[in-house]
Design a protein around this ligand. Structure first.
Ligand code: ATP
Length: 246
């Protein structure tokens, strides 16, 4: 059982952005997708969520591809985008109802969970607000609440900490930790290496559409050949030679 990306070649046109990348996210594992601007993190995520089609290679969730069983594939996956995407004409309450319908959740149970999440992110008194009234961080929190409504097997989170205040960041980290404990696999792209270091069990270092290195911190440190066990030092050592050659 895993989310498995195998020999993925892909991107937006005939010229691939991703050049044969392979990795896995296992149940109960938090995997950090790390890389410079333009490395291919969002492109990888867009392939996993089915927004882009692989030119070569496969993406399987618990041995099922999106093409084989779209319903099972999508049901296993929750996604939080980098930029919040909300419907301008729907209130927060209606966004939650829409999510409950889309995932075919039990309405009563899902609303019970929603109330707990709304309280955590201080949105419980804003159920009748339209997105126009929300700040950027509040919009991000709506996406988080919707994504965590379903007990998904896998979470794909693009730059989760962008725009969140310190309290919301801490609350999101607690939620992620609880989902990991439940056995969910989490893939998150981030530039916040200090948080990645403390939260992730495994790291994928993407550079110019290729995987430069992957493994736990000890393995990456060994590969970097340095004594520091700080992820940022390891990251800079591993990407030093090709930082300017994109
Ligand atoms: N919609 C698009 N159409 C064409 N090319 C794109 C598109 N989106 C991204 N790219 C290109 O794909 C490459 C990888 O971009 P991607 O957004 O995956 O990087 P990233 O690692 O997520 O970067 P960032 O940290 O800045 O979010 C870049 O060269 C970028 O120019």
């Amino acid at each position: 059982m895993s989310l498995e990306v195998k020999n993925l070649v892909g991107g937006y046109s005939q010229i691939p952005v991703l050049k044969n990348i392979s990795f896995q996210v296992e149940p109960g594992q938090i995997v950090g997708l790390i890389g410079l601007n333009g490395a291919g993190k969002s492109t990888t995520i867009n392939h996993i969520i089915g927004l882009l089609r692989p030119q070569q290679g496969t993406i399987m969730i618990d041995q099922v591809s999106l093409q084989q069983n779209p319903q099972a594939y999508k049901q296993s996956l929750a996604y939080i985008p980098e930029m919040p995407v909300l419907y301008t004409e729907l209130t927060l309450r209606e966004h939650l109802d829409l999510t409950i319908m889309a995932y075919k959740l039990n309405r009563q149970q899902a609303w019970k969970k929603a109330e707990r999440l709304l309280k955590i992110f201080r949105l419980d008194n804003k159920l009748d607000w339209f997105p126009a009234k929300f700040s950027k961080g509040m919009r991000q929190k709506v996406m988080i609440v919707c994504a965590f409504l379903n007990d998904s097997n896998y979470y794909v989170i693009d730059e989760p900490f962008l725009g969140l205040d310190p309290l919301a960041t801490r609350d999101l980290l607690h939620l992620i930790a609880a989902e990991k404990k439940r056995g969910a696999g989490i893939l998150m792209s981030t530039h916040v290496l200090s948080t990645a270091q403390t939260e992730c069990d495994y790291f994928i270092l993407l550079h110019a559409g290729k995987i430069k290195a992957q493994g736990n911190l000890a393995k990456l440190r060994q590969q970097a050949g340095i004594t520091s066990n700080q992820l940022d030092d390891i990251y800079f050592a591993l990407t030093e030679e090709d930082r300017y050659d994109e």
